[in-house]
Design a protein around this ligand. Structure first.
Ligand code: B3K
Ligand code: ZN
Length: 884
């Protein structure tokens, strides 16, 4: 990234104020230091001579002075690990260049020039998976955020937009398919066993959207006719054996294209849309123009190998990357601080799409669960940052739940305040006004303001203030008037000790607890520290339903008695609020239990009251099974810990397991009949059948807790009888948490059945590492030495160690062994794949929020990592912020 740091050189690019950074002191890049790049690069032509071990790249850049930037005699071309083999200016060898760290600085005398630079790479040695790398015999690229500079020297920043022409040559047999962005212009064969292809992308783009793929691939080909009648060829490229599992991805792509036309008026703009699936990939997928590159996990799905959740994941990620074509590619980011401009907005777009494709309330609950599980802890810890950060050392560390998911919530609030129609006017204006530009979050806010007719001047604080606001709600009733007093408090976060109150849109309703009737949903905006609202029409104190639909990403503290939560869990007409009431009931009980505030009688009373509410959920015919299954999910241990100032994960685990056990035993016959009913529903992808599968495994988990013998029998028969992965995985999860020979047999059978299918073997690792089994930690240790385990494949690393690090009872083992394991992993992985290694730091980074013994052990592991002689910028930044 090339945003100028202080002080800036005349070319708008950074020189460091201090001495050259040591690996332990990478420079801080600041948003306020942004300067436009002094040179435009309207055209780029790339010539690749491809080989897995040696690829030669010749890049020709047409450059001209940027009249809108401060003039500079030099151009800074970013490089990372590259050596220039030759540098030419206007066709002549140049000696007016120097290296500055990895960058190449070239002095240019005139207004416009052509720069030609040759580099050579070894893709097979690229274990970081950034730039051009080899994956199982194929070549592919990942450039966002700063990977292009590992391919050739270039102003690798998102506000330099160029039209790319890409020519590549490679061995005809080893690399029969040659792909890049845009359209295939020409191709041919050479006499030496190689062939070539030339691609041209007519849309100017930043370097992070460049892509190249070459390999032995086959395509599922289809087509889509756009709203203006243009036919687009769609290809999903995979390895031959995977072709049969691409149908769902293709359907998802066509649905996404249609939905974006209908919902946001966005039409696709090339004649070709290619997707390629690769096994070695640092994240989910990448929206390169016309050539999306995907992790196989988000492309391949069939009933035998993918769960219903996996099917949803494929649909959601295909949509997300496709939607980026407008929110990201046609309008990109001016600098990486604006990342939420494309990510927050695109996440909102994919969430709305998935709401429309399936059950809207269930999707909303799932999205809120992700936010609470991943973003709330981030927002309350040492890594908290606003959705538009102010500084970073390594931008890869800022692809966070805050930028993505809270970013989406912030835009969703705008939509809630404007209403759907006016919001659409705002987005139309945004797309029209900024098409072809590298824009800022401010540009987006302004377009929504102007198009939707909203005043967002105060609301902008959501972009600059970190931290999850806490809202307290108190009701006072007198005569026929009910007064609601709302108070907000935005907690201090690193670098932001003082906060201002923000506008918080809260949907609410009041219910008459005798008749069950409500006064209708209303939207109130809490835009001061404290504000009161009055409501008439209740002659007795009503029950408050607040933050319906999760209208604002805040925590709510309301004084409400258990009976009222039971009432809302049964009668609220907002499905989210029903779910929330039941969650609140369980969270409140578990917090009291963990605090040691309950004697046996009180504990039994609370469990019975929760069991009553759960029973009502089991018996309510108005609920579909998808929603029923959602309501049966217990609050996660991570979320419970998050609600406590200082958490004891051991106790949280014990109390939560005890609640599951109590519910499983009190409601054993109800869960058994639910399991039986659900088992009789045949496999299909209909919502009813999916719902049945969801409640089936939920019921199984409760039964296994309440009556392990019965649970074991039922799980084994569910496992043996399964004709799909959802049931098979659900049963295996239940068995993996229990002891006994059936556990061993099922795990062995699963492995043997799917050996060789990497995505399913990933599940096999993850199920064991994430299991409730008391010896999960020992199992992970053994699995790390399994012949199928490798640190080279991010999916495999995540399947074992992410599943473990997010399995609180195992990770937080009182001995500290879990912390040591993750720290060892970080140290071993950092030199291989720093981006993936750094992703494990936040779990240790939460050390301040745990009881003293664990806290000290977590901190000691962070200190051990910090003391390593050499750390990547990625890991260094996360560790130092976590300790700071
Ligand atoms: N834009 C990419 C993420 C790139 C991450 C780089 N570390 C995928 C996405 O959000 O759609
Ligand atoms: Zn994205």
């Amino acid at each position: 990234m090339d945003i100028a740091r202080t002080p800036s050189t005349p070319d708008g690019n950074p020189e460091l104020a201090d001495a050259a950074p040591t690996p332990h002191d990478p420079p801080v890049i600041r948003r306020e230091d942004y300067r436009p790049f002094p040179w435009l690069v309207p055209k780029v032509s790339l010539d690749f001579d491809l080989g897995l071990e040696a690829t030669r790249v010749v890049a020709t850049l047409t450059v001209a002075r940027n009249g809108k930037a401060e003039a500079s005699p030099t151009i800074r071309l970013n490089g990372d690990g590259l050596e220039p083999l030759s540098v030419k200016v206007d066709g002549n060898p140049s000696n007016s260049w120097t290296m500055d760290g990895g960058d190449l600085l070239l002095t240019l005398p005139g207004e416009a020039h052509e720069i030609t630079i040759a580099t050579e790479l070894d893709p097979s040695a690229n274990t970081q998976l950034m730039g051009l790398y080899a994956s199982e015999g194929m070549l592919c690229t990942q450039c966002e955020a700063e990977g292009f500079r590992r391919i050739t020297f270039f102003p690798d920043r998102p506000d330099v937009l160029s039209v790319y022409t890409v020519k590549m040559r490679g061995d005809r047999e080893a690399l029969p398919v040659l792909l890049s962005n845009g359209n295939l212009e020409a191709s041919g064969e050479n006499d030496d066993g190689t062939h070539w292809a030339e691609w041209h992308d007519p849309w100017p783009k930043p370097s992070y959207l460049f892509a190249l793929v070459a390999g032995q691939l086959v395509a599922n080909t289809d087509s889509f006719t756009t709203m203006s009648g243009r036919e687009v060829t769609l290809n999903i490229y995979v390895r031959e054996g995977d072709l049969a599992r691409t149908g769902h991805a293709m359907e998802s792509l066509k649905k996404s294209m249609k939905w974006d036309e209908e919902t946001f008026g966005r039409e696709y703009d090339l004649d070709l849309f290619n997707i390629v699936a690769v096994s070695d990939f640092n994240m989910g997928a990448m929206e390169n123009k016309g050539l999306n590159v995907f992790n196989t996990k988000y492309v391949l799905a069939d009933e035998d190998t993918a769960t219903d959740g996996d099917f949803d994941g494929v649909e959601g990620v295909i949509a997300h990357e496709y939607f980026h074509n407008w929110s990201g590619n046609r309008i990109t980011c001016r600098d990486w601080f604006q990342l939420s401009l494309k990510e927050g907005f695109t996440v909102l777009r994919d969430q709305l799409f998935s709401q429309d494709m399936g059950s809207a309330p269930v999707k909303r609950i799932e999205d809120v669960r992700v936010l609470r599980g991943a973003q709330f802890p981030e927002d309350s810890g040492p890594l908290a940052h606003p959705i538009r950060p102010d500084s970073y050392r390594e931008i890869s560390n800022f692809y966070t739940a805050t930028v993505y998911n809270k970013g989406a919530e912030v835009i969703r609030m705008m939509r809630t305040m404007a209403g759907e129609e006016r919001f659409r006017k705002g987005t139309d204006l945004y797309f029209e006004r900024h098409d072809g530009e590298a824009a800022t979050c401010e540009d987006f806010i302004k377009a929504i303001e102007d198009g939707a007719g909203l005043d967002l001047s105060h609301f902008r604080l959501w972009y600059s203030q970190a931290g999850t606001p806490r809202v307290s709600a108190a009701l006072q009733h007198s005569g026929a008037t009910t007064k609601l007093t709302l108070r907000q408090d935005v907690p201090p976060t690193p670098g932001q000790p003082e906060k201002q109150p923000m506008p918080i849109p809260l949907k609410l309703a009041l219910f008459d607890r005798r008749t069950g009737a409500s006064n209708g949903e209303q939207l109130v905006i809490l835009d001061e520290t404290e504000k009161s609202f009055s409501f008439d029409g209740f002659d007795a104190p009503p029950v408050l339903s607040i933050n319906r639909g999760f209208s604002a990403p805040v925590t709510i503290e309301r004084e409400i008695v258990a009976d009222d939560l039971v009432f809302l869990a049964r009668h609220d007409d907002d499905p989210f609020a029903r779910y929330e009431a039941l969650q609140d009931l369980m969270v409140t009980h578990l917090k009291h239990a963990v605090d040691g505030a309950l004697d046996d009688a009180a504990r039994d009373a609370a469990r019975n009251s929760i069991a009553g509410a759960v029973k009502a959920v089991l018996e309510d015919d108005a609920l579909d099974d998808l929603m029923r299954g959602e309501m049966l999910v217990l609050p996660s241990e991570t979320y419970l810990a998050e609600t406590m100032l200082i958490a004891d994960p051991g106790q949280i685990h014990e109390e939560r397991e005890a609640l599951r056990q109590a519910l499983g035993s009190i409601l054993e016959s109800e869960f058994a009949s639910l399991h039986e009913r659900a088992t009789s529903v045949p496999y299909s992808l209909s919502p009813e059948a999916r719902g049945a599968r969801k409640v089936k495994t939920q019921a199984l988990l409760f039964l296994a807790a309440g009556n392990p013998d019965l649970g074991r029998e039922l799980a084994w028969s569910q496992y043996e009888g399964a004709d799909n992965m959802t049931d098979r995985q659900g049963a295996l999860m239940a068995l993996a948490g229990l002891s006994g020979i059936k556990r061993t047999n099922a795990l062995l059978d699963f492995y043997n059945r799917y050996r060789g299918n990497a995505l399913v073997v990933d599940k096999w690792f993850a199920i064991q590492a994430g299991s409730a089994h008391p010896e999960a930690l020992e199992h992970v240790k053994a699995l790390a030495t399994h012949e199928d385990f490798t640190l080279r494949n991010p999916n495999r690393v995540r399947s074992l160690y992410m599943a473990f690090a997010y399995n609180p009872h195992a990770f937080h083992a009182a001995s500290g062994e879990g912390y040591r394991m993750i720290a060892d992993l970080i140290l071993a992985l950092d030199p291989i794949n720093p981006q993936t290694a750094a992703r494990f730091v936040p779990q240790l980074g939460r050390w301040r929020r745990y009881e003293p013994k664990r806290s000290a052990k977590m901190k000691a592991e962070l200190e051990r990592i910090a003391a390593a002689p050499k750390l990547s910028r990625d890991t260094y930044e996360q560790v130092s912020r976590s300790l700071g």
